[in-house]
Design a protein around this ligand. Structure first.
Ligand SMILES: [Zn+2]
Length: 327
């Protein structure tokens, strides 16, 4: 709920995972020409988008989502988003899309950049056991990203439906279990953790996963994530949920479990280079490390938006992962 206090959140245009073509460029724009295929990155109100020479610490580092001046008043407001046939945005919020990436791949650059940033918050080490909670677009991309970053680790995915578990395995998960399974028993079996049960159904593990990535981010998943992590392990909160939640933080002090957050994209060091996670997402798609073929499940014209939302929400009926608008 805290972000709602920010004036920059007073107006939000939906649609930030997108690909499109530049149809008009201002006189001062030098990096792009009409016809360039682009995706959007960064915030339309961060230091770079404002054309500031003096960048805030977050923008200087490249983590533009954490810009400290993003909520200060702007002379010109960006208008529109991906749920429309055109929008106005500062040139500094655009990135060129390489010709050898399809439009379908290009709309996964942003969620790919998010997954890469999340995986980098707590890189899996050799031989570690990692759990990904949630099998949506970010969950599937996270599984692939954790695997690309650390080929020698054991990845388990928690899915809501069996078809999601199947897809998680195709994305590189070694094990899966379902929300309807006993997660404590599954975690104990997969990690060798000892399971204890107290009064009123209170359950606790000693041992557990080395790292858990919660790509759902609701109270049940985050409470489970904290309890299914070994002492000294890490939980990364990736899923976005703008609600207050009731959380048992006992594992944070009693088991010294680290709880980290991950938001948006960042810059990372990879094979001797410092890259935006957007650039790394594009590179990993070109190298076949990030595969999106099975993830784009539905396409709708914008006029069928009701059906598109129905498909995106009812994952059991539609077996949907990523739902895209075609314009
Ligand atoms: Zn900034």
């Amino acid at each position: 709920v805290a972000p709602l206090a920010l004036p920059s959140h007073s107006r939000i245009y939906p649609g930030h995972e997108m690909v499109g073509e530049v149809i008009e460029a201002g006189a001062a724009v030098t990096d792009f020409s009409v016809g360039d295929r682009v995706t959007r990155w960064g915030r339309a109100n961060d230091c770079r988008a404002r054309g500031r020479k003096d960048l805030c610490p977050a923008c200087r580092r490249g983590h533009r989502v954490l810009c400290q001046i993003a909520s200060e008043p702007m002379e010109y407001q960006p208008i529109g988003g991906g749920f429309g046939d055109s929008f106005i945005t500062p040139a500094a919020t655009l990135l060129p899309v390489p010709d050898n990436l399809t439009d379908e791949q290009a709309i996964f650059i942003e969620p790919g950049a998010v997954a890469i940033h999340a995986a980098w918050r707590r890189p899996a080490k050799t031989g570690e056991r990692v759990l990904v909670l949630g099998c949506g677009t970010i969950g599937f991309l996270l599984i692939q990203t954790i695997r690309a970053l650390q080929p020698d680790c054991r990845i388990t995915a928690l899915a809501q439906f069996p078809w999601q578990a199947e897809l998680a395995r195709r994305c590189g998960a070694d094990h899966t279990f379902l929300v309807s399974d006993d997660g404590y028993a599954e975690t104990a079996a997969l990690t060798g953790a000892k399971r204890y049960e107290g009064r009123l159904g209170n359950k606790m593990l000693l041992g557990g996963f080395d790292a858990v990535f919660d790509a759902v981010g609701i109270a049940p998943t985050l409470n489970n994530a904290l309890r299914w992590t070994r002492a000294g392990g890490t939980v990364v909160l990736v899923g976005v949920n703008l609600h207050r939640m009731k959380l048992d933080v006992t594992p944070v002090w009693y088991q010294e479990v680290d709880l980290l957050g991950a938001v948006g994209h960042d810059v990372v060091d990879w094979e001797g280079e410092t890259l935006s996670t957007f650039e790394l997402a594009m590179r990993w798609m070109q190298e076949g490390k990030l595969n999106i073929e099975d993830l784009l499940t539905h396409r709708f014209p914008l006029s069928d938006y009701r059906q598109a939302f129905a498909a995106a929400v009812d994952k059991q009926k539609y077996r949907s992962v990523k739902v895209a608008f075609e314009l």
